[in-house]
Design a protein around this ligand. Structure first.
Ligand code: MTE
Length: 347
């Protein structure tokens, strides 16, 4: 057996996950001992200063993107920690980086789980703009920097439960969607907010297909109170790096108490609306997918039960089947928003 020393590990094997775990270890032990300070932000910069580039070194092949904007990579690496206890963290085992980035739903790049990782290799996020419109005072076209720069990123470890009954635990980098939306000053008629994904058939291979069933752009929406709930997150990264293309670079939603299809990727438009907006999966099959899509083990999908889920990674001999929790385990934070609603009817 060949045992590799650190020096011999090719850069392609230094994944964001291994960098992430090294950094965590350092922050938990070395940095705390050395500096005796508590602020997570301080720890991040202290760790970076102590070890130079080593901890943040990235192999170019790490993630799928034509190029990675330096300012965004730095911002992701300098993220703070969310409070250790409470809904922004969990002790559950993290889903490995490899699974998070190779088992994806991103129909713009194909319908197979491994299509996005394969087909989104040269996806470009530079330049990137977001068009803000509708019932708000500050509408217009914003650059990615305009959108992200005012916000401090933090790590939020959430469960992601797909409507297909698999789940993951992902260390996202991001901030509350509500903090972004407030900056556009939505007016009294803004009851909902809708999001669009990029349409670019040169880059997104499945948008060129004659067989695509989705009427692009992929769209999603939230009621305003849902959007302002602090758990609703704009994710800009995972595992301390920026988002790989297949996970929705450069910015996506993560709505942890709802089925994964609400967590729209690669957002280019935000629209404040008076009436309930369209969302792609309801548009495709309204009898199976609703607007609310709250994780609910008591309401089956017409073709399968939602009472349990497979926690990835699974294998034939280790299916890792676990019970699904109401609102994906976030009931304390979100159940009150649906107190008067029949969740069988509003699925
Ligand atoms: N966003 C876009 N634009 N296109 C998609 O096909 N799939 C959704 C959601 N966001 C999808 C999307 C579904 S069904 C799920 S489960 C999650 O993304 C999966 O996110 P992940 O691939 O990062 O795990």
């Amino acid at each position: 057996m060949i045992i590799k020393t650190r020096k011999e590990i090719p850069s392609s094997e230094i994944t964001p996950e291994s960098v992430y775990r090294e950094r965590r270890k350092f922050m938990k032990t070395g940095a705390k001992a050395a500096f005796g300070v508590a602020g997570a932000g301080l720890l991040s910069s202290a760790a970076s200063a102590q070890t130079g580039d080593a901890l943040f070194a990235r192999a170019p092949a790490d993630i799928n993107l034509a190029s990675k904007p330096d300012w965004l990579v730095e911002k992701a690496a300098m993220r703070t920690d969310a409070p250790a206890s409470g809904p922004f963290n969990t002790d559950e085992e993290l889903t490995p980086f490899e699974d998070v980035t190779t088992y994806n739903n991103f129909y713009e790049f194909g319908t197979g789980k491994d299509d996005p990782a394969r087909n989104a290799r040269d996806f470009s996020i530079d330049p990137w703009t977001v068009e803000v419109s509708g019932e708000a005072n500050k509408t217009g076209t914003y650059t990615l920097e305009d959108i992200l720069n005012p916000h401090t990123f933090e790590e939020r470890v959430f469960r992601l439960r797909c409507v297909e009954a698999w789940s993951m635990v992902i260390p996202w980098v991001g901030f509350s969607l509500g903090d972004l939306l407030k900056r556009f000053e939505p007016n009294g008629d803004a009851n909902y907010v809708q999001f669009d994904t990029l349409v670019d058939s040169d880059q997104m291979s499945a948008q060129r297909s004659r067989f695509a069933t989705i009427d692009w752009p992929y769209q999603e929406g939230l009621r305003m109170d849902e959007a302002m709930n602090p758990l609703a997150t704009i994710a800009t990264g995972l595992y301390d790096d920026i988002l790989p293309a297949q996970n929705g670079a450069p910015l996506r939603l993560v709505v942890p108490w709802k089925y994964g299809f609400k967590s729209i990727k690669s957002i280019v438009a935000i629209r404040f609306t008076k009436n309930m907006p369209n969302n792609t999966w309801r548009d495709l099959q309204a009898s199976e997918y609703g607007f609310y899509a709250n994780v609910n083990p008591q309401v089956s999908h017409p073709r399968w039960s939602q009472a349990s889920e497979r926690r990835l990674p699974t294998s034939l001999f280790n299916p890792r089947r676990i019970d699904t929790m109401m609102f994906n385990g976030y009931a304390d934070e979100v159940a009150s928003m649906y107190a008067d609603m029949d969740l069988r009817r509003f699925y």
